[in-house]
Design a protein. Structure first.
Length: 118
């Protein structure tokens, strides 16, 4: 016979004791509005200051000579690109646009990473 342990096959997590990381908001280098979710900020511009993801998309759309149906998309690791969507959830990359250097993050990004490692 198996002893009853009190949990019904489920693990219960106590969320009230987990520390919550809150990074202080910084202004966006594009629109100057505060960035409330610093974890989603993009290092942008010559100074690699924090920017809203949507502001980066808007700025890149203005800078690039897009021809319909091209659009800007995030490709990963600080790289954006000019893409064209194809059938079956596929896309073709027309140009790559490096925005962040993952090997050399700006000071604000390193500080942010330090908050999440604690």
């Amino acid at each position: 016979m198996r002893e009853h342990s009190g949990h019904r096959g489920r693990r219960r997590f106590r969320h009230d004791h987990e520390p919550r990381v809150v990074a202080p908001a910084q202004p966006c280098v594009v629109c100057s509005q505060p960035i409330s979710e610093m974890a989603s900020a993009v290092a942008f511009g010559p100074e690699q200051g924090p920017a809203h993801f949507d502001c980066v998309i808007t700025e890149l759309t203005k800078r690039e000579s897009l021809v319909a149906p091209e659009k800007i998309a995030y490709l990963g690791s600080g790289l954006f690109g000019v893409i064209v969507e194809k059938e079956q959830n596929r896309f073709e990359i027309h140009r790559k646009i490096p925005v962040e250097d993952p090997q050399n993050p700006p000071a604000w990004r390193r500080e942010l990473r330090g908050l999440y490692k604690r």
